[in-house]
Design a protein around this ligand. Structure first.
Ligand code: GRF
Length: 196
């Protein structure tokens, strides 16, 4: 059974969706939830579900990204995962780290990539007057938010939407999309899943 490590920075709602789906579908096993923030709320939620957790605080490393990533990789490799899922992980990873896990690392991004890589995706969609928004699961490559697309879900932008109402609508789809993509990815299927 494929072993999955999940990287989080905050509440971990995507992580919870993934862990619950793996427990239910038994197609893979969550072997680690690790955060760059020891206070991340998702860590206690993962522990409550019986998943091994770890935290590597990025702050003591300052600008030395490589040193932080060496400590992070040590925790990850101790769990010996086949797949890594970035889920609300808010640190930019260096090409060296990404090369280490290339081909087995996924990320979920709250926009219809290639539109709006980076931050504040919902504000940008609203400012542009887009009629649609959504989320994308992609393989992680050295270029930020630009790896091969393997899943996408769309939502309508509604009149009166704020950043928060749109983010909530997209987040619901994230929790639908990511587990379905992981199920396929765990079988080696990388064909894009486009949810209606
Ligand atoms: C979500 O919008 C996700 O797309 C982005 O981080 C936000 C929080 O995710 N990557 P989570 O609730 O911590 O999973």
């Amino acid at each position: 059974m494929k072993r999955v490590a999940i990287l989080i920075s905050g509440g971990g709602s995507n992580m919870l969706a993934l862990v619950r789906d793996m427990v239910e579908g038994r197609y893979a096993r969550p072997v680690l939830v690790v955060s760059n923030d020891p206070q991340a709320k998702g860590l206690e939620k993962a522990a409550d579900l019986g998943v091994t957790i770890a935290a590597v605080d990025h702050r003591p490393f300052g600008k030395n990204r490589e040193a932080f990533e060496t400590a992070l990789a040590k925790e990850i490799d101790a769990a010996n995962p086949d797949i890594l899922c970035l889920a609300g992980f808010m640190r930019i990873l260096t090409p060296g780290f990404i090369r280490r896990y290339q081909g087995k690392m996924l990320n979920i991004h709250p926009s219809l990539l290639p539109k709006y890589p980076g931050l504040h995706t919902h504000a940008r969609a609203l400012a542009a007057g887009d009629s649609e928004a959504g989320c994308t699961v992609h393989e992680v490559t050295a270029e930020l938010d630009a790896g091969p697309l393997i899943g996408q879900a769309r939502v309508p932008v509604l009149p009166g939407d704020t950043e928060d109402t749109l983010a909530a609508r997209v987040l619901t789809q994230e929790h639908r999309l990511y587990p379905q993509v992981l199920r396929r990815f765990a079988t080696g299927d990388r064909t894009p899943l486009l949810l209606p």
